[in-house]
Ligand binder design. Structure first.
Ligand code: ZN
Ligand code: ZN
Length: 282
């Protein structure tokens, strides 16, 4: 189970989440790096329509049609409803790929929409939430949610034997509740994410285009400190993965990583070096 991340601001961003066979965004190079794994992808979730997040779709769609692999597996592409760039791309695909061997489906989403995904023992969904990035274009982030069961708060202090007795007495539904655990959050490009929709996620992918606030000319992207702040406010449980880092900072990354380490945050922080394909342990 892993997360494969490639991200270089302005050039390309794509993230492959293997447990649910999801590709988040599809910047250039996605299929040439993923090779055979391109056939494993079942769903692509696009955060927005900027070229660095969609320019790999043409080769992904094509490679699944022509390379060795299961060419009949359908591919679903989810995107922010009404996004102008993606609508143009759909028209292009409909005109140039009339003889696809598999079913390619484009599905518009709005914030709050839920899509059932592969999952494991427990059902899982991807849920869209709003982000703030490009004016005039709808942009979305995504949470991977797993349905779990836990004891209701008033029963959590009970000794184990008493709980077993209650279950034996057929009172399981009374003492437990179903909740959604956020396993992963992908924020796409955005100014700092608001804590509400990403609260207590296990792994947060937050963009950190700028290391220095003074380098930011327009308020469309986040700084590293803002990504750290968003993760703290949301009480991220395990890991913060900072991506979309500008390549101008390549040489400063190790000192930035050291500075973050010295902060002794309650979660691990991974900085994705621009231009590297990074396997992140989940
Ligand atoms: Zn971008
Ligand atoms: Zn963008």
């Amino acid at each position: 189970m892993s997360l494969t991340v490639y991200s270089k601001a302005l050039y390309s961003t794509w993230v492959y989440y293997s447990p649910d066979r999801i590709l988040f965004d599809c910047g250039e190079g996605a299929s040439s790096h993923l090779e055979n794994k391109s056939f494993a992808i079942q769903r692509v979730f696009l955060s927005h329509g900027h070229a660095d997040h969609i320019s790999g779709l043409m080769s992904l769609v094509n490679i699944r049609n022509n390379a060795m692999g299961d060419r009949e597996k359908e591919l679903q592409v989810f995107f922010p409803a009404g996004n102008h760039f993606i609508s143009e791309l759909m028209t292009y695909f409909s005109r140039t790929n009339r003889r696809l061997r598999y079913h390619l489906e484009w599905i518009p989403l709005t914030a709050g929409d839920r899509v059932p995904v592969l999952g494991g023992r427990n059902p899982r969904h991807v849920e869209a939430f709003p982000t703030v990035h490009a004016s005039g274009e709808t942009t979305l982030g995504y949470n991977v949610l797993e349905q779990r069961q836990r004891l209701r708060e008033e029963f959590r202090e009970l000794p184990q034997e008493e709980i077993v007795e209650l279950v034996k007495a057929g009172r399981r539904d009374e003492i437990s509740e179903v909740y959604d655990q956020k396993l992963l959050t992908y924020g796409g490009d955005s100014v700092p994410l608001r804590p509400g929709p990403i609260q207590e996620t296990e792994v947060l992918l937050h963009e950190a285009t700028f290391l220095a606030d003074e380098d930011r000319k327009e308020y469309k992207h986040s700084t590293l400190d803002e990504a750290l702040g968003a993760a703290q406010a949301a009480r991220v449980q395990r890991k913060l993965v900072c991506f979309h880092i500008s390549s101008r900072y390549r040489r400063e990354l190790s000192s930035a990583a050291q500075r973050v380490k010295d902060m002794q945050l309650p979660f691990e922080v991974v900085l994705i070096p621009p231009g590297d394909v990074v396997e992140v342990e989940l």
